[in-house]
Design a protein around this ligand. Structure first.
Ligand SMILES: N[C@@H](CCC(=O)N[C@@H](CS)C(=O)NCC(=O)O)C(=O)O
Length: 202
């Protein structure tokens, strides 16, 4: 299988982490969707990354669908619990929280790349407030636990780490570590994993 993406996309990082943690063999192709020769729109009608192209040419999108599909391919480890609907919901809710942080950070970035006179300050403020609330929620849910859910790594941890790495990239001025030291300690631990380091070094 072949994963189309870019190194900066947080949604791509999330699914790369899933594939790496589960040791699923794949080719990772850097393919910015707006480049004229990009394969992305041919694979995914939405023209977005990540797009996972299976060996029979089936294209899997978007990132929650890819993560869920990949998780069913083997059991080591199981990243989305299968033993209880509540446990499963709780992990998927973390993913939704992390994806929401990504969505808002991407929206802020889009505004900030417009010429100043075309930027919408209300949009920036609304999304930044959503990020601030989501981080406080994540920190309160996490507390001092080692993992977001369960007794081992799950998709929840991989999604949250991807969102935080993207925030560090696009909003380095945001002092979320100062506000949420336990979240910072958790992120440092997860960030030291070989999978995360592999996505950061290319
Ligand atoms: N909900 C989608 C969001 C994917 C998304 O928006 N990806 C961005 C890159 S971060 C993209 O491909 N945008 C289209 C573009 O840049 O033209 C997912 O989870 O996969």
């Amino acid at each position: 299988m072949k994963l189309l993406g870019t190194d900066t996309s947080p949604y791509v990082r999330k699914v790369r982490l899933v594939l790496l943690e589960k040791n699923i063999s794949h080719d990772y192709l850097v393919d910015p969707p707006r480049e004229p020769d990009s394969q992305v729109a041919r694979a995914n009608p939405l023209g977005r990354i990540p797009a996972l192209i299976l060996d029979d040419e089936t294209c899997v999108f978007d990132s929650p669908v890819i993560a869920e599909y990949a998780d069913t391919l083997n059991d080591s480890p199981i990243l989305i619990p299968r033993y209880s609907t509540v446990a499963r919901m709780r992990v998927k809710r973390w993913e939704a929280l992390a994806d929401g942080i990504m969505d808002s950070a991407v929206a802020v970035r889009a505004e900030n790349t417009r010429p100043p006179e075309r930027r919408d300050a209300d949009t920036v403020s609304r999304h930044n407030h959503a990020i601030t609330r989501a981080l406080a929620y994540a920190a309160s849910q996490l507390g001092q636990r080692e993992w977001c859910e369960e007794k081992a790594i799950t998709l929840a941890d991989l999604a949250l780490a991807s969102a935080l790495i993207y925030l560090d990239l696009r909003q380095p001025e945001r002092d979320w570590r100062g506000l949420h030291p336990d979240l910072a300690a958790w992120c440092a631990r997860v960030g030291a994993r070989a999978s995360v380091r592999a996505t950061l070094t290319g």
